[in-house]
Design a protein. Sequence first.
Length: 140
Amino acid sequence: MQQQIAVITLGIADLGRSRRFYTEGFGWKPVFENNEVIFYQMNGFALSTWQAAALERDMMRRGWSRPGPFALAHNVRERDDVLPTIERLAANGGHVMRAADEPPHGGLRGYVADPDAHAWEIAWNPAWAIDPNGYVTFRA
């Protein structure tokens, strides 16, 4: 089976509040939106933010709890891009969970939660290449 992800969907409470975080915080542009869901074209997959009640109906599940211990990551090309990205996300509805610091393996990272408590790691890793299309290459 091909190793790929087509869409990651995040359940959210308020579409407008979430839209502000992703469009003004990250600077991403929606490729589709209606009154329940917004899709963002990423590098090789799509990210969607979907009203939680509508997502639960679609999945035929109810009573989801808030996000558990997982994180999405947004890697930046330069070390000096980490702090401004965290600050811009916080100014647009995000909550800083962990201030930027240097992890034991090197680089610089911090964590920001979106308005619905989905954790985003904002990171610069000198060992990982990011091509012009935003594809990250993992190098051990």
